[in-house]
Design a protein around this ligand. Structure first.
Ligand code: SF4
Length: 396
């Protein structure tokens, strides 16, 4: 189990809706009054959560994601950031050092230098920019609200404002993406030396405009072999530029691994605030009776505001997991990381004999070169990164 916890805040508003997106987010222009009440609801939900924050303290990371948090007025977002930081700091015991990675996600179309400075002053120290591509045709097919020039200017503005820790999100397998177009995007991104790059393969989510356009043959996306070739193109370009692939889709310069991500992969504790936000924390009972709670808020933004502002919980569901299930989740999340996961250590941490069940499964896959093993430590083999789900499905 990791020490320390996180706060995650979901902001379900964007400048416009991307063609591939099925996240809980609505274009802000259609719901401005709702956005104001949403911020009030977040503050209201935060207040009684202080008790839980104390339980998962010290808080090691805060992440405001979405959606597009920077679609909100900069002064309002900065105020929220400052309140979250105050809550996190006050939850810590007096002698805990305050060392918090504080990330805000941003769309290049929704930031300017003044707004970035406000965020920095509020304590935000990491910016995650959704660039996705620098190819004009790919950006258009993805329905992004920005062009390539805005994306590059956003990186430069973030540095000029003083952000020393910067992530860039890229998409692998965008419509029309070729090895040459991806290399072009990577060359310009790497030249600006973001500290971290996330490169996720495009998922065609059911019901999205892009999925329908692909199904009807109007738009083509790279097939599985082409996507694999694109993925390895990205891995080669980023690793040869000094980035370490510390998880299947995440690359960092030395010391710049994302603490928020690491906490998630280590099955860490987090408080989620906002519509569709999830929380994860141990029950108050200790010893063999200890269980872990996973809870989630309603994903209906209007309902979230109504519930919170009328004094009700926005929680839409929860499950309690026993130690064995927690340990399995920990193994499954850890297998995708470069460091891998030690089954014996996880078993000891949770007080279960997880290796009895999982070692034979992982040894079987190691014979097929899909898993690498050293003693009881295992990880998905680098060459099997894109088919990891086959292995993970057997670990459930
Ligand atoms: S910016 Fe992100 S959350 Fe918003 S619509 Fe696009 S993909 Fe979805």
């Amino acid at each position: 189990m990791s020490s320390g916890g996180s706060i995650y805040v979901h902001v379900p508003f964007c400048a416009s809706k991307c063609s591939y997106c099925d996240f809980v987010s609505v274009p802000l222009g259609q719901v401005r009054p709702l956005a104001a009440s949403y911020l009030a609801a977040l503050r209201t939900e935060l207040r009684p959560s202080v008790r839980l924050l104390r339980r998962i303290a010290p808080i090691r990371s805060i992440y405001i994601g979405g959606g597009t948090p920077t679609a909100l007025p900069a002064s309002e977002l900065a105020r929220l950031a400052s309140e979250l930081l105050t809550a996190a700091v006050s939850a810590a015991a007096g002698d805990d050092p305050v060392d918090i990675e504080f990330t805000v996600e941003a769309n290049p179309a929704t930031i300017d230098t003044a707004g970035l400075s406000l965020l920095l002053r509020a304590g935000v120290n990491r910016l995650s920019l959704g660039v996705q591509s620098l190819d004009p045709a790919e950006l258009e097919a993805l329905g992004r609200a920005h062009d390539a020039a805005q994306a590059l200017a956003a990186i430069d503005d973030a540095r000029a404002a003083g952000f020393e820790n910067l992530n860039v999100d890229l998409i692998i397998g965008a419509p029309g993406q070729t090895r040459a177009s991806l290399e072009c995007t990577l060359e310009s991104i790497v030249a600006r030396r973001p500290d971290h790059v996330s490169a996720y393969c495009l998922q065609l989510e059911t019901g999205t405009p892009l999925e329908r356009a692909v199904a009807s043959g109007k738009v083509q996306v790279p097939d599985a072999d082409e996507t694999a070739d694109l993925y390895w193109t990205a891995v080669r370009a980023l690793c040869s530029a000094g980035y370490r692939r510390y998880e299947v889709s995440n690359f960092a310069l030395p010391g710049r691994e994302c603490r928020h991500n690491l906490g998630y992969w280590e099955c860490g504790m987090y408080l989620g605030l906002g519509a569709a936000a999830h929380s994860h924390y141990p029950s108050e009972a200790g010893g063999p009776a200890r269980r872990w709670v996973r809870s989630w808020n309603t994903s209906d933004v209007g309902e979230y505001v109504r519930l919170v502002m009328s004094g009700h919980t926005p929680e839409a569901g929860r499950e309690e997991l026993d130690a064995e299930r927690e340990a399995r989740d920990r193994v499954m999340l850890g297998l995708r990381t470069e460091r891998g996961v030690d089954l014996a250590e996880v078993g000891a941490a949770y007080g279960v004999r997880i290796s009895d069940a999982l070692l034979p499964v992982l040894r079987k896959w190691s014979l097929k070169r899909m898993v690498e093993m050293e003693g009881t430590r295992a990880r998905i083999a680098p060459q099997a990164a894109l088919v990891a789900n086959v292995v993970l499905a057997e670990c459930v």
